[in-house]
Unconditional design. Structure first.
Length: 229
């Protein structure tokens, strides 16, 4: 009789301890996080992400990006083969063609669902604006004796791009309990870009500023988990 009672009490204590431990782990698990995406550096940018848990396994994320490559006034493209010597930039987003400078901003939102512990699937919508500088021939109007003429000459040209993206990705997060985490991901998406089609489109590859259609993505997020007080 006493042995059976002892077993019952032991099982009750074990169940209570396990439940308390689970609650403690839940309290200590991340409720929000901040991360960067360093692979954007290949295109003269950097990505910053702010995310928060809305309920178990469900997160939302704000995505911010900025781009800057110093604009050059030097006429490097007159000697195209040696353009690197004059200070140009050849990056994946320009289809590896040389550009004289870049500035841009982006904003997006991501919904993330975690399954099998740290694995996640997400969908994201984003908008990016780019101001791309490059060198080429351009028509420049001028007025003489009340008439308008056009001079076709070599110049530094600026082409704005407005780019919308929608993608789905799979990723895995290293940990929720520790401070530092890494989250690599791969995915596929669709993008559409608005730009002046009389200027350079940079649409020769899926990475180009002017690309319209399907594209693949891959990257990694490095960040810090933030806990409840």
């Amino acid at each position: 009789m006493y042995r059976q009672l002892f077993i019952i009490l032991f099982l009750c204590c074990l169940f209570s301890s396990s439940r308390l431990q689970a609650q403690t782990t839940e309290e200590k698990s991340a409720q929000s996080a901040i991360s960067i995406e360093p692979h954007y550096l290949m295109n003269g940018g950097l990505g910053l992400n702010l995310e928060t848990k809305i309920c178990p396994n469900h997160w939302i994320e704000l995505n911010l990006t900025g781009f800057h490559l110093s604009h050059s006034d030097r006429k490097f493209s007159d000697y195209y083969f040696w353009s690197w010597y004059g200070g140009g930039h050849a990056i994946p987003n320009s289809d590896f063609d040389y550009i004289s400078g870049l500035s841009g901003l982006g904003i997006g939102a991501t919904y993330k669902y975690y399954f099998f512990r740290n694995f996640r699937v997400n969908t994201a919508l984003s908008y990016n604006w780019y101001n791309v500088g490059y060198e080429g021939y351009e028509f420049y109007p001028y007025t003489e004796d009340g008439l308008t003429f056009y001079d076709y000459k070599w110049a530094n040209i600026h082409q704005p791009f407005h780019k919308l993206r929608l993608h789905v990705a799979l990723g895995v997060r290293s940990t929720f309990e520790r401070v530092f985490f890494a989250e690599p991901y791969v995915g596929i998406g669709y993008t559409y870009s608005f730009y002046d089609e009389n200027k350079r489109a940079y649409d020769e590859t899926v990475f180009g500023y002017g690309h319209r259609g399907l594209y693949v993505l891959a990257g990694i997020k490095l960040g810090f988990n933030l806990r409840k007080n």
